[in-house]
Design a protein around this ligand. Structure first.
Ligand code: ATP
Length: 369
């Protein structure tokens, strides 16, 4: 099957890491005998585009994203490209796509690959869980609705709706069920993370998620306050399977999770809704290392694998599923033998040599399949 992919390289290291992900996509296309194929079209978005044109994402680019089968994003934003009120201009890209295409579920896997250094002392049980972040409500829904009395008071409103919580909770339970079916060896468990002991909106979030839990008796359920969750994700990460949480908590905890499994350079993510999916590394444009050829491209490569898995599910396409599994296995191989370890992981590979290592491993993985 052939898929139309809107490619948004963006700013900073975005174009560098996307280039490697596209090499990987082209290679799986070849290795699959074009059973899975891609029609790639790139669009100029982000902070630099905003500086040049006054728009971080044009209507044309947005329309192409809406029409594509999936969207692959590098990173959008630069710290010094800001609107007069201080908001980052590049963030308009992700906010317009997230809200406009209703990409309500932020899927952020946290997985420790063999060979990757972790700051945790005891990882005996392994680390392999997924944070499901509500993406369009919560505290960040107030992005345009906050109020400010100049120099005196600022307030934002957190929005939690029943419909929004029902669908993110259903997404989390469906994910726990599908992970169990895929046989990753862990009893399915959904953990609701909130602050229901302090704020009414979080108490409501927990209430609705608990209601959804009752519809899924095959999946164990627990609810944990966010402060305790931050502790447990460090102390006993092996006990988590799927974590469902509000927008801002998901944003913060997914960086914490990434920190336990090698950092942002390995943190892939997907922003998905019922009709559209956008895939990007969880990291930003990292302007401090842009243009030096040292950025870790694997988070974007892993996001590409997530994109193929999502396309496979949407279109019931086994070739796409297979391609996704190849990429995942190739990344694991190239990390395990050290050939894809970039500077952030304590290795010496550059961006393109890490990409080369994944391509070599892909050939081996596909040949063995
Ligand atoms: P944003 O707010 O846009 O998510 P950020 O402020 O979190 O961005 P990043 O751009 O993600 O910042 O960078 C944070 C730190 O992590 C920087 O020091 C950066 O160099 C490093 N970093 C981020 N991504 C990578 C990567 N792919 N490879 C190596 N280092 C990275």
């Amino acid at each position: 099957m052939s898929y139309g992919i809107a490619v948004l390289p963006g700013d900073g290291i975005g174009p560098e890491v996307v280039a490697e992900a596209l090499r990987v996509l082209r290679r799986v296309e070849e290795l699959s005998g074009e059973e899975v194929a891609f029609d790639l079209e790139s669009f100029d978005v982000g902070a630099e585009a905003w500086r040049r044109t006054g728009e971080a994402i044009s209507d044309g680019a947005y329309g192409a994203c809406a029409a594509a089968d999936a969207i692959l994003l590098g990173a959008a934003g630069l710290p010094d490209a800001r609107h007069p009120d201080g908001r980052e201009a590049g963030a308009d890209v992700i906010f317009r796509l997230r809200f406009g295409l209703d990409l309500y579920a932020g899927i952020r896997p946290v997985r420790l690959y063999p060979g990757v250094p972790t700051p945790l002392r005891d990882t005996a049980g392994g680390i392999d869980y997924v944070i499901v972040r509500e993406n369009v409500e919560g505290v960040y829904a107030g992005r345009h609705g906050g109020s400010r009395v100049e120099g005196e008071v600022a307030a934002d409103t957190s929005i939690v709706t029943r419909a929004g919580t029902l669908r993110i909770a259903e997404a989390a339970f469906a994910l726990a069920e599908s992970r169990a079916r895929a046989g990753h060896g862990r009893a399915p468990l959904v953990t609701c993370v909130d602050k229901s002991n302090v704020l009414a909106s979080y108490a409501f979030f927990r209430e609705v998620v608990t209601e959804v839990a009752a519809r899924h008796p095959d999946v164990a359920f627990e609810a944990v306050y966010v402060d305790a969750a931050a502790l447990y994700l460090v102390q006993r990460p092996a006990t988590f399977d799927v974590v469902v949480t509000e927008n801002m908590f998901g944003d913060i905890l997914s960086d914490l999770g990434a920190g336990t499994v090698g950092g942002l350079g390995l943190a892939g993510s997907g922003d998905v809704g019922d009709a559209h999916g956008l895939f990007q590394a969880a990291h930003g444009s990292a302007p401090d290392i842009a243009g030096q050829g040292i950025a870790n491209p694997l988070a974007t490569v892993l996001s590409t694998a997530m994109m193929l898995d999502w396309l496979g599910r949407r279109h019931d396409d086994q070739a796409a599923h297979r391609a996704s599994a190849w990429i995942d296995a190739a990344v694991a191989t190239a990390l395990g033998d050290g050939s894809a370890l970039t500077g952030d992981l304590g290795g010496s590979a550059g961006t393109s040599s890490a990409g080369d290592a994944v391509l070599r491993a892909l050939d081996t993985v596909a040949a063995a399949a």
